[in-house]
Design a protein around this ligand. Sequence first.
Ligand code: UGA
Length: 456
Amino acid sequence: MSRIGVIGAGYVGLVTAACLAELGHDVRCVEIEPARLTRLLNGKLPIHEAGLDSLMSRNTRDGRLSFTDKFEEAVVGADVVFIAVPTPPAADGTADTSHVFSALGAITEHALPGLVVVIKSTVPVGTGDTAAGIVAEAGKQIEVVSNPEFLRQGTAVHDFMEPDRVVVGASSPGAAQKVSRLYAALEAPVVFSNRRSAELAKYASNALLASRISFMNEISSICEVSQADVVDVARIVGLDRRIGNQFLNAGLGWGGSCFPKDVLALKTFGEVVGRDPKILRAVYDVNFEQRHKAAARLIAAAAHRPEPTVAILGLAFKPETDDVRGSPALEIASMVAAQGIRVQVHDPVAVEKAREAAPRLMYAEGPEAAAMGAHALLLATEWREYLHLDWAVIKRAMSGSVIVDGRNALDGRYLQDLGFEYFSFGRSGDSRPGESRPAALFDLAEYELNAWGAIS
Ligand code: UGA
């Protein structure tokens, strides 16, 4: 078992630290933000992440996981030190790697010969090589390895323990082996490459997943004018094993702290190195158009009404997390509020973080209270509890009848029967402004009759 340091107790650092401790390693995690460190030292998690609580308490209790704000405690005597600090977007769209390099500086100061530094943070191609140059110049015998993460928030512990692959980008076989051995207990293929390929593969993975969603959002827009249903289209397309059925849900598009930042960073990197990243540009633009479309629909329904009000259900960027970074809901809320419309919001777990990011929204106790007096309602995050709401009660609470299903997750026909004007992203049977419920676009019984008729 190895002695490991992890720099940064954000969601990637914490999950990495707790999971490596669970695999039996001795892990010390450095967190320099005092409030966050105090929480951790008191056994409290700063994030909502399924399964992390029990891993944390078990491993701290058994002495395999500890927290500190002193680099030397994590670095001196360690075999491997992970850098898991944020790389937020800089003003020009590139990833800001300043935290990575300041962590590297502090590690280098305390490192003993033979240490392997692993860059876990998502960093631009070439960052590992630059880091290797810096430690060499400092005269330190330190190896730098790229080991990107593929952890989804909400299922990060599962993704760590059952990865599709472990990527190790290294310039020496010794360092590569040292890092791959940390994961020996996991049943996963290990892919060895150079540092640059590992770094680019991380961006390419996120950008490709984001592009599938943007692609389906573009298809959804074509569905809207051709009476096709994007949910059916996605199901049919996804059954092709060459394509697969994941990340094909049309709607408000992708948010979070990763896809928006990483697509932007890769696009900007492509531009900086003199390539014209046409696809990445389109992937990005299509995504953010979805938010404008939703906001326009809500504004049209509420503006010019007495006490114009809009309700938004779901603030987390996706279900099963309390993270509101890059949340489509919050951006739409601010577009709507900018028109002088009151915005009443609810989320089952993300309210505390949402309040910090958007203190001026009206935070309701429950979905019904959020809907009270609203002229239009947006389902922005498909939390399970919203899918089973008593929509008749919601309808009675509202002053208007427009519902925008931002995740194509609700039963539009049922909602129309309750008197809602239902709008989705590319599903057939939407209400059109000024129209009553359209006749069924597709009658299965009639279709089957015709089909049999054609055969016989
Ligand atoms: C993403 C990647 O999935 C991880 O592999 C990666 O490690 C992580 O970023 C990262 O770079 O750290 P995450 O941001 O947690 O993970 O979220 P996803 O589950 O990928 O969802 C991203 C967004 O896409 C969400 O807003 C979600 O609502 C949206 N989405 C997802 C859709 O709009 N449609 C879909 O079909 C799927």
